[in-house]
Design a protein around this ligand. Structure first.
Ligand code: AHR
Length: 665
């Protein structure tokens, strides 16, 4: 705390200096000259299950492959359904993965243990942290963990008093928690799955007695057949315990909340179109179920592993409410990924017309009353009130005739039934060139009222060089910058999230704010990355089992979102800076970026700030500095303050800096 305070004071002292006005650049603010409104949805976030962002990340589930459905995505004949499970010891026992008389058709694989008289077996799950050397399941002394699992005891197993005993353990099998003992007829939950097949859901609370990376150990003993499926363990301190999917990891939800996102785009990204075959495409109906997620159909994730659907569309809408963001759901447009050599063709036009109903059903699920089929399901899941759904994005990074003809059918169906929902059309995956030109030609001609989703990942220098990109757009068009990030050259095996990339994004955001009559939404991508599970860099937030660190780009997003006014006001500078100034009814927010390697003395003229302490934040440091697990706070915003005797104040912008000043007027 003292260190932070000292830093803040030091920054204030360094920043507010006296220098000869003639040498200084000048930034003049005109609070009474309103240029246009700032979009109230300008800063949002995009959640896609890439880099283990959801399963193994935001989703609170600690058991990997809990349903035994994992498969080797790219080579199904070498399926490894055992992933994360290890059978360590057994006697008079045979363990196999089976499909007969499964829990339900969406959850076909389960663990089958056949015990001869006096038989026993021990099977353990390593969690998402991998083996114990890499982390295992993170547990904390005294913390409680909610365990649920489905078990089917055969008649013989019941008669011989067979049991499944579960605890957290170390690699040698020593218990690191209390033990929960499950036997037929004892302690099953009231709900059960397919009672005719005798699957019962059991639950217990495990309390950890060590800080460790642990295994979840199942000891099965007795005689006869015992089947196990959907073994779930979640930390007691998670957010959304009542959501049927089970809830989300608290520290990551807080990191999202602290971005002050105005909307949340989900679930993709490439994820919406699936892998190479149509059956893997994301179908929102697979992601919803009353009770728990055992009924949901997992799908292979195009980025690796499986999408468990534990964070499905219901949990997504709940998360939006939790962090105060509007939902922006994305559905595929009847095509598989156009950027890859996929196996299945697009839906025919007839199939597309039929598929439109799925999209209408999603809107009904979010907004319909309890007198509608899908609205009733939402109510049963725990949310009788409608969610505040205003947008639907149809397609991700699509382009060309095949896309636009399908988009037309799908968007028409939405507009006819839900005229208040805004449809979002894709302009493709690139910033420049013939493809996006062609997209815009189509869109202007055929979908002029729709919101246009642009995506581009460019080198850092591109962003400041194109800060005026949207100055030239017709003011009637509305853009959703749905994915972007400044990419630095690869170092080692990743593109670093350094300060320079973040400041290039900050410079660009001043251009976005100046054009927020056209650009009405924007979000950085990707959002989350788990250490050791990296599919894509850079990413906004990094995490492992115990630590979350925020990148300089995160702080840029946060600083802009926190200082997002309601109106853009006129400002000018005679220097080489990037700036945008906004206001609310009571406050002016000045955002200024110095991308040079030299300090810039700046005279700021702030009418209305006379005799005030102007406060704000600054993000600065060495150009190439990054945050990391070892040093999470190398680049963080510091608080600053400047006295404004008259309407002028003199500040010095450090090399490579973003400064945001706020004052009442
Ligand atoms: O953000 C990562 C990927 O980039 C998204 O899945 C896709 O839309 C884009 O190509």
């Amino acid at each position: 705390m003292m260190k932070r305070l000292f830093c803040a004071l030091l920054c204030a002292a360094l920043l507010c200096t006296a220098f000869p006005a003639a040498l200084a650049d000048t930034l003049t603010v005109h609070p009474d000259q309103v240029l246009h409104e700032v979009s109230p949805t300008l800063y949002g976030i995009f959640l896609e299950d890439i880099n283990c962002a959801v399963d193994g990340g935001l989703y609170a589930e600690l058991i990997k492959n809990r349903s035994f459905e994992n498969e080797n995505l790219w080579n199904p004949q070498h399926a490894d359904h055992w992933e994360a499970w290890r059978v360590s010891k057994w006697n008079q026992a045979k363990l196999t993965l089976e499909n007969e008389e499964a829990l339900n058709e969406n959850n076909p694989t389960y663990l089958h243990i056949a015990l001869e008289e006096g038989g026993w077996a021990t099977v353990s799950n390593q969690g998402f942290g991998g083996n114990l050397l890499r982390g295992g399941i993170p547990i904390q002394t005294g913390e409680k963990y909610d365990l649920t699992l489905y078990i089917r005891f055969s008649e013989e197993a019941v008669k011989s008093d067979s049991s499944v005993t579960v605890c957290l353990s170390d690699a040698a099998g020593n218990a690191l928690s209390n033990e929960a003992v499950f036997k037929y007829g004892e302690n099953p939950m009231e709900t059960w799955m397919n009672p005719d097949k005798n699957w019962w859901r059991y639950q217990a609370v495990l309390t950890a007695n060590e800080n460790a990376g642990a295994l979840l150990k199942l000891q099965i003993a007795g005689q006869g057949a015992i089947d196990v499926d959907m073994v779930s363990l979640m930390p007691g301190n998670r957010i959304g315990k009542d959501w049927p999917g089970g809830g989300m990891r608290k520290d990551l939800v807080e990191a999202l909340r602290e971005l002050h996102p105005q909307f949340l785009r989900f679930p993709g990204g490439c994820v919406v179109e699936g892998t190479y075959v149509r059956s893997d495409a994301y179908n929102w109906k697979d992601s919803v179920s009353i009770s728990d997620a055992a009924n949901r159909r997992e799908i292979p994730n195009t980025w690796g592993g499986m999408i468990t659907m534990g964070v499905g569309f219901y949990e997504y809408f709940c998360l939006c409410e939790e962090i105060g963001a509007l939902p922006v759901p994305v559905v595929h447009a009847g095509l598989l990924c156009q950027a890859r050599d996929v196996k299945d063709p697009p839906l025919t036009m007839e199939e597309t017309k039929a598929y439109a109903q799925d999209i209408l059903d999603l809107i009904e699920f979010a907004t319909g009353g309890e007198n509608t089929e899908w609205g009733l399901l939402r109510a049963w899941m725990g949310h009788p009130e409608p969610f505040d759904l205003r947008y639907i994005a149809i397609g991700n990074e699509n382009w060309g005739a095949a896309y636009f003809s399908r988009y037309e059918v799908l968007a028409k169906a939405v507009k006819e039934k839900y005229p208040d929902i805004t449809c979002i059309v894709s302009a493709g995956p690139v910033a420049e060139g013939g493809l996006i030109q062609d997209s815009w030609n189509n869109i202007r001609r055929r979908f002029a009222d729709d919101l246009v989703d642009e995506h581009y990942y460019m080198n850092s220098g591109w962003f400041p060089a194109h800060v005026n990109r949207y100055d030239k757009y017709p003011r009637t068009t509305k853009v959703f910058l749905g994915e972007y990030a400044a990419h630095e050259p690869v170092q080692g095996n990743r593109r670093p999230n350094n300060l320079y990339a973040a400041l290039c994004e900050a410079a660009y955001l001043t251009g976005i704010e100046r054009n927020s009559d056209v650009v009405v939404m924007s979000c950085y991508a990707p959002l989350l990355s788990r250490e050791g599970e990296v599919d894509w860099t850079p990413d906004l937030i990094w995490f492992n089992d115990s630590t979350v660190y925020k990148t300089p780009s995160y702080y840029v997003q946060q600083m802009f979102a926190q200082a997002c006014g309601t109106e853009l006001i006129a400002s000018e500078t005679d220097g080489d800076l990037f700036q945008a100034v906004t206001r609310t009814e009571t406050e002016v927010q000045v955002k200024v970026v110095n991308l040079s390697d030299q300090p810039v003395p700046l005279t700021v003229i702030l009418p209305g700030a006379e005799n005030q302490t102007v406060r704000g934040q600054m993000l600065t440091g060495e150009k190439n500095h990054v945050n990391s697990f070892a040093r999470t706070d190398k680049i963080v915003p510091t608080e600053i303050a400047c006295e404004c005797a008259d309407e002028k104040t003199a500040i010095e912008l450090p090399p490579f800096s973003l400064v945001i000043l706020r004052y009442s007027y």
